[in-house]
Design a protein. Structure first.
Lengths: 278, 310
């Protein structure tokens, strides 16, 4: 077809694609870069038009955000995310075991029941949840959020853990049984070491979804149990618009998930697809 | 209520694991690890729905205390004959479809780029997934104020003009924000699909003289079909519930232009306090979801069969 031989031609093409990919990546991440840059500006630099690229960086906005008491909100988010993740792992791992390695009779029904709860729109349950929680005196209580975030993430975790458990080689398990290992020993010695990276990935995904949750938090919490997203919203309405300060707050509340996601990025797709894609 | 959905189970011969045998005791031993999670999910997710059913038959406005009489299906009649719910349904479909389709197209393009070897590929991948990791409400506020703002937003700042993007193009503004957040998700799923193609088969096709376009349309796209379905399905499950972006970018406006079902029910519940009507709308949404989910789950179960047979 051409005088160039196939290999160098493809290498040239690939580096051209590489340049395009880099440009696309930078365009995509640009709003985030802009958010971080703006968070280090003074308000007058942030609100300038055309946008200011050269400015003296300042930490003033972060100081203000901490002055407005962001800490309790971050701690609430941390509590809701960590405890709900723990509860999910404790409930989902045995359930996934009973749906994969030693399955119950109707394991497919159970599996699809879990995922169908994920499809139910949260909004349809909002009012009864609100009324029940209110009658129990649990409005604006962080443990309410722990329970609700657990039920929100449970289907995801069951499906994900099941996909990791199915990777335990059958032969290894059978060899263990022949050697007379009890079920508990088999779980501890054989299964857990194999699935522990999967367990960590599952926990990270659950943490991410719980940390970012807004809909239930905005309707069921207020000053006591308000989570980081609630701080962000309340911050806007009480302060009017201060772009640099908003960017500082947005950067702060996004940071834990950014870090968790970057760390877990190789497992991210598997978690998001509930184990369907490896 | 979930019975309808669970009947799409794969056939027994596809069961990747040994079926249980033995007596009642053995069955309970097998069931025991499942029960805590199952009961938890049943209580937390099903009880509220039953409660919604009851509430939907009451004439209950929280601003009129004491008055909660049973009115049968009147709330359903009110909600269905009021144009707001239909408008919200249409907006939900438009916003979800718009966001899913555009993020899918962009995600496919990016996945194809990332499927090649080039310098710093893992860095570019990290850059590309970053939008998905920004807290959704933070992303929505960022786009509204730092990007769309007519006076000092980035778009007008870079390209001039004084367009108020959010009020001039409310739907597009919401969709663009969602597409920015969800493209990485689609990209990751499609990239996994691309990388699961057999390199030998592709190489063989090249040796046989197939050009890149032919390989793409005749081999890659059919191979990707199930991944495209999975991305569309999971993306829709999440995006149909979009609330954060609407709450903070447009508040459902101007008028009702961007009010989707979650936002409409939220308004009925916590702004108008029409508890009965909000519940009826909720039940209608659940019924619609069950219809859609029945098809969706069929797709999922076929996908899982594919994965497990690999």
């Amino acid at each position: 077809m051409t005088t160039l031989s196939a290999a160098p031609k493809r290498r040239l093409l690939n580096s051209l694609w590489g340049v395009i990919a880099w440009i696309a990546g930078i365009i995509f991440v640009f709003p985030v870069i802009w958010m971080v840059l703006t968070s280090f500006k003074q308000e007058q630099d942030a609100a300038s038009n055309p946008p200011s690229w050269v400015f003296t960086p300042t930490l003033d906005q972060y100081v203000t955000v901490f002055d407005r008491n962001i800490m309790p909100f971050l701690l609430n988010s941390l509590m809701a995310s960590v405890f709900s993740t723990l509860l999910v792992v404790v409930l989902a791992t045995p359930a996934a075991y009973a749906l994969s390695l030693r399955p119950v009779a109707k394991w497919t029904d159970a599996l699809f029941f879990f995922i169908s709860t994920k499809m139910m729109p949260a909004v349809a349950a909002l009012l009864p949840l609100y009324l029940l929680v209110k009658n129990l005196g649990m409005l604006d209580n962080i443990w309410t959020m722990v329970i609700l975030y657990s039920s929100m993430n449970l289907p995801l975790a069951v499906w994900m853990m099941r996909s990791f458990l199915l990777e335990v080689p059958r032969e290894v398990l059978e060899a263990g049984e022949v050697d007379g290992a009890s079920t508990i020993t088999a779980i501890r010695r054989i299964i857990l070491p194999i699935v522990s990276p999967g367990l960590a990935a599952t926990a990270l995904i659950c943490f991410i979804f719980a940390w970012n949750e807004f809909f239930l938090a905005v309707n069921l919490t207020a000053t006591n149990a308000g989570t980081a997203p609630i701080f962000l919203v309340g911050f806007i309405s009480s302060e009017g618009l201060f772009l640099a300060r908003l960017c500082a707050a947005a950067t702060l509340v996004s940071l834990p998930v950014l870090i968790a996601g970057w760390v877990a990025q190789n497992k991210l797709v598997r978690g998001l697809s509930m184990g369907a894609v490896k | 209520m979930t019975d309808v959905i669970t009947r799409t189970d794969p056939k027994p011969e596809q069961v990747p694991v040994v079926p249980p045998k033995g007596g009642a005791k053995d069955r309970w031993i097998r069931r025991a690890p499942l029960l805590p999670g199952l009961i938890f999910a049943l209580i937390i997710t099903q009880v509220p729905f039953l409660f919604t059913l009851v509430l939907s038959t009451l004439d209950w406005n929280a601003l009129r205390p004491g008055d909660r009489s049973f009115i049968g299906i009147d709330n359903y009649v009110t909600v269905l004959s009021d144009g707001r719910l239909r408008a919200a349904l249409l907006n939900t479909v438009l916003l979800t479809a718009g966001a899913v389709i555009f993020s899918m197209i962009l995600g496919l393009g990016l996945a194809i780029l990332l499927d090649r070897k080039f310098l710093g590929r893992s860095v570019v991948r990290t850059l590309l997934i970053t939008p998905f990791l920004v807290m959704p409400i933070a992303a929505a506020l960022l786009w509204k104020h730092a990007i769309y703002n007519p006076a000092y937003g980035l778009i007008n700042g870079l390209f001039g003009g004084s367009t108020d993007w959010v009020s001039s193009y409310p739907k597009a503004a919401v969709i663009a924000t969602l597409v920015w957040q969800w493209t990485p998700f689609m990209m990751l799923i499609l990239l996994a699909g691309l990388q699961s193609q057999s390199e030998e088969v592709l190489e063989a096709a090249r040796v046989d003289g197939a050009n890149a376009w032919k390989i793409f349309t005749k081999m890659t796209i059919p191979h990707l079909r199930q991944y495209l379905e999975l991305g569309a399905l999971l993306g829709s499950i999440y995006l149909v519930n979009t609330f954060d972006a609407i709450f903070s970018i447009t508040q459902g406006g101007p008028g009702q232009a961007t009010t989707n079902l979650p936002y409409e029910i939220y308004l009925t519940t916590f702004r108008k306090f029409e508890y009965g009507e909000a519940s009826a709308a909720g039940v209608i949404v659940v019924i619609l979801t069950i219809i859609v989910a029945t098809f969706a789950l069929r797709v999922i179960s076929s996908l899982f069969r594919m994965e497990e047979s690999r």
